[in-house]
Design a binder for this molecule. Structure first.
Ligand SMILES: [Zn+2]
Ligand SMILES: [Zn+2]
Length: 410
């Protein structure tokens, strides 16, 4: 076992982590975060370009001929009021006055990537080629990766031989977890408008009540998971927003719903989205709506499906350098993200989960099995999500450094 990251790189990474954690910014507003990340990469000797696909940052480090490996971390945070009690907890607000918090661990990913880039820049033995470091904006809105590609990211980087990313999860800090297949779901978010016919609540026979139609859609959508999807395949259909806005004595004209559909295979996702559309149209038709419903896909993310060969290479390297007891498997999760857009040029993806829970918090969580403990530990997107930054960062930096060296060995 070796620990490739020198103490100085870890100290600098921890300082960046605390700074970014205390000053989170929402998707699309990552000005300060991008600047802090770019400055750190520049201090490590990387060539840095900013403003790619919004506030995206691209750092490049050339080390002779060899493969090009892109490693990505995210810049953005979430509209949550932090409730961790940490002395560096966020008190920041967005441009619209909303509280903001790094509740997904993107600050950890950024700091680990900066620490890995610093380590690889200062010790160029053991790897060759081109390291591309990406600070991606707007991941939480699933827009940033595609925006960076559309803005010419791959022209800046040249052809890629691998794309790598890691994501913090509530596993013990110091551990990493790889998937044996897809690790995260693909998703489609649909905005549905049911167009009824409003009127006086005393004359329901003269109206087509969109509230009743919308309610029937919610119930009928439950059959997509229970009847249209294979029991062996994890899928989700969730109605997160259902809105009808009229006084109790009025039948509204319209009702709106926002629906998320998720699956771990693209073909399944496409099929289930079609089922959702069919149900919406059928319910509106059977109620006699005077106009067709509107079903607009407002967001889409691809399935996060790591390449088997890259996973085998990186996992072996993690076992060798971190120790087998710190490397585990990760079952498919119905969480989603957009990193797969960065593989648009055909590069294989490497992706693993990074444990973030400190030993005291893990021991204090009730239960003995990981599943029991996970039910009570604050997870990503919780206002109480508080990674054990020193431990998680040390593992996160090491995991990236050994992965790059394994894929770009000299
Ligand atoms: Zn998130
Ligand atoms: Zn995230």
């Amino acid at each position: 076992m070796t620990t490739p990251a020198p103490a100085a790189a870890l100290t600098r990474a921890l300082a960046l982590y605390r700074d970014v954690h205390a000053h989170p910014e929402l998707s699309g507003e990552e000005v300060r975060t991008a600047h802090a990340f770019a400055r750190t990469l520049g201090e490590s000797g990387l060539r840095v370009v900013g403003g790619v696909g919004g506030h995206g940052v691209v750092g490049t480090l050339d080390n002779g001929p060899g493969p090009t490996v892109l490693v990505r971390a995210e810049l953005d945070a979430l509209p949550l009021q932090e409730d961790t009690g940490l002395d560096y907890a966020s008190t920041a607000t967005s441009s619209g006055g909303r509280p903001v918090m790094h509740a997904c661990g993107h600050d950890l990913h950024l700091a680990a990537l900066a620490g890995a880039a610093d380590t690889l820049a200062r010790d160029r033995s053991g790897w060759r080629g081109r390291l591309v470091v990406v600070g991606q904006p707007a991941e939480e809105t699933l827009e940033g990766a595609a925006a960076m590609v559309a803005d010419g990211l791959l022209d800046v980087t040249g052809p890629l031989d691998a794309v790598l990313a890691q994501h913090s999860v509530p596993l013990p800090a110091g551990m990493v977890a790889h998937g044996g297949g897809p690790v995260l779901a693909g998703s489609a978010t649909l905005a549905v408008t049911v167009r009824g016919r409003g009127g006086h609540a005393a004359s329901p026979h003269l109206t087509v009540d969109p509230a009743v139609v919308a309610a029937s859609i919610v119930l009928q959508l439950q059959t997509v998971v229970s009847r249209a999807a294979s029991p062996s395949e994890p899928v989700i259909v969730n109605v997160g927003r259902l809105h009808v806005d009229s006084p109790p004595n009025v039948v509204a004209d319209v009702a709106t719903l926002e629906v998320t559909v998720r699956a771990v295979a693209e073909t399944t996702l496409v099929r289930l989205v079609e089922r959702v559309r069919a149900i919406v149209h059928a319910q509106c038709a059977s109620a006699g709506c005077p106009a067709e419903p509107l079903v607009v896909e407002v967001a889409r993310s691809p399935v996060t499906q790591p390449d088997a060969g890259v996973t085998a290479t990186v996992r072996d390297a993690h076992v060798r350098h971190l120790g087998a007891q710190r490397v585990t498997w990760w079952p498919p999760s119905l969480a989603t993200e957009d990193v797969a857009h960065l593989t648009a040029g055909g590069a294989p993806l490497g992706y693993w989960m990074l444990g973030a829970v400190g030993p005291a918090a893990w021991a204090a969580a009730p239960g003995t099995s990981a599943l029991e403990k996970l039910t009570s530990l604050p997870a990503n997107h919780s206002p109480r999500y508080a990674p054990d930054a020193p431990r998680a960062l040390a593992a996160g930096v090491d995991a990236l450094v050994v992965a790059v060296r394994a894929l770009a060995s000299a």
